[in-house]
Design a protein around this ligand. Structure first.
Ligand SMILES: *Cc1c(COP(=O)(O)O)cnc(C)c1O
Length: 397
């Protein structure tokens, strides 16, 4: 079933863009008139505005979140000979970013209640080569800043945040992007703050890191045609920055809409806990920005996650899986030497997680429809528990 015929799509941009369409057109028009397409005014304005909103000093716009990670780590002087700790259950770009610097990625397991990196596992992975840890603020929830800062201090490591899913998230008085030396953001269209294409940014409190990043994204030039190091071409387009600058003031409202949606899901899904439907835990309170709303289909559920996803799809409800294969089991990275069983929590989660529709503008009645569909799928099958000779599929199929 395609997106058009979905009763409840996974993501819908209309409620974000329709109300501010005139403003967005105007912003695009201004760039056209000014013609400053590369490293233009709107980029500088958006870099300062996003850094300030995130509670840090400098922003450097780049072509994608992946480049923000790869170039950002380089700007922090991380490279060959260094080890960087990251969770096994992240989007593949976190791993690719580390590999691009020449550093050795060291994967660790996660906390199954939140899917966030397990800092005790991280502590066990430290060697004399460990230079940095990348906490991924997965699904929009920050890894505890206090625990991270204690950890980094104890082991003398840099913290480089992957905040691609956590624009303006907060926890313990810190905003995403203000905890470590630097942080990478993505403005891929479906992120909490999305461009009309690809985009990314490095935030940092460190002037040297910011200045090095400015060079790295622009062929390593310290001034025009004078190259003090080798860089690449990775700039956030002025056009994308103009769109993002226009959207930024609405982000707090969009994030709070996401939180309300999550709260409704939490309360309406609560009765399904005994049927094996368990929402991810929120330890960040109102600072969780719910890029994704993720449930676990755990062992108590008589249906497999795949069966639930298929049935929801047939009901016109689109869901996602973030992510179905942990990084260490991806075919491209077998050379890193990891095996199935190395990260049991991440591997189990990969089989159990399901992301429900989540976007500003998702209505209360749509949420009810999603929950009712999950209830009817899972409760119908758990009612058949005592008649185990009857295949579940023949009853609910
Ligand atoms: C989206 C994402 C990225 C990569 O960002 P792109 O802009 O798509 O390159 C990196 N890490 C995480 C956790 C993400 O969700």
């Amino acid at each position: 079933m395609n997106k058009i015929t979905m009763k409840v799509p996974f993501v819908d941009f209309n409620s974000q863009h329709q109300p501010i369409k005139t403003q967005l057109y105007q912003a695009i028009h201004t760039v056209l008139e000014q013609g400053d397409f590369i490293l233009g005014q709107a980029l500088a304005d958006f870099e300062s505005a996003f850094a300030a909103a995130s509670g840090t000093a400098y922003g450097v716009g780049v072509a994608s979140g992946t480049d923000a990670i790869a170039l950002g780590l380089q700007a922090c002087n991380i490279g060959a000979g260094d080890e960087v700790i990251l969770p096994a259950n992240t989007f593949i770009a976190t791993l690719i970013g580390v590999l691009r610097t020449g550093a050795k990625p060291v994967l660790v397991d996660c906390d199954p209640k939140t899917a966030l990196i397990d800092l005790e596992a991280a502590a066990r992975a430290i060697t004399s080569q460990t230079k940095a840890i990348i906490p991924v603020h997965l699904y929009g929830q920050m890894v505890s800043p206090q625990q991270l800062l204690d950890f980094a201090k104890t082991y003398k490591l840099l913290i480089f945040e992957d905040a691609a899913q956590a624009h303006l998230a907060e926890r313990e008085g810190y905003r995403a992007g203000s905890v470590g030396i630097a942080a990478a953001f993505s403005f891929y269209p479906s992120k909490n703050l999305g461009a009309f294409g690809d985009g990314g940014m490095l935030l940092t409190r460190d002037l040297d890191v910011a200045q090095k990043m400015v060079r790295l994204r622009n062929y390593g030039a310290s001034q025009k045609y004078f190259h003090t190091e080798s860089g690449t071409n990775s700039r956030l387009d002025t056009l994308q920055a103009a769109v993002l600058l226009e959207k930024l003031p609405y982000l707090p409202q969009w994030n709070s809409d996401r939180l309300s949606i999550a709260q409704q899901y939490d309360s309406e899904l609560a009765p399904l806990a005994s049927a094996g439907i368990i929402p991810m835990q929120n330890h960040s309170g109102t600072g969780h920005v719910y890029h994704l709303y993720v449930i676990k289909v755990d062992d108590a559920c008589l249906l497999e996650r795949q069966q639930i996803q298929d049935k929801l799809n047939a009901d016109g409800i689109q869901t996602g899986i973030h992510y179905p294969i942990p990084c260490h089991l991806q075919p491209a990275f077998t050379y890193l030497g990891y095996q199935p069983g190395d990260f049991p929590q991440a591997e189990k989660l990969a089989k159990q997680i399901l992301s429900l529709p989540m976007y500003p503008g998702l209505s209360s009645s749509q949420i009810k429809e999603v929950v009712a569909a999950i209830a009817s799928i899972t409760l119908t099958s758990s009612n058949t528990e005592n008649s185990s000779s009857t295949p579940v599929s023949s009853i609910v199929g």
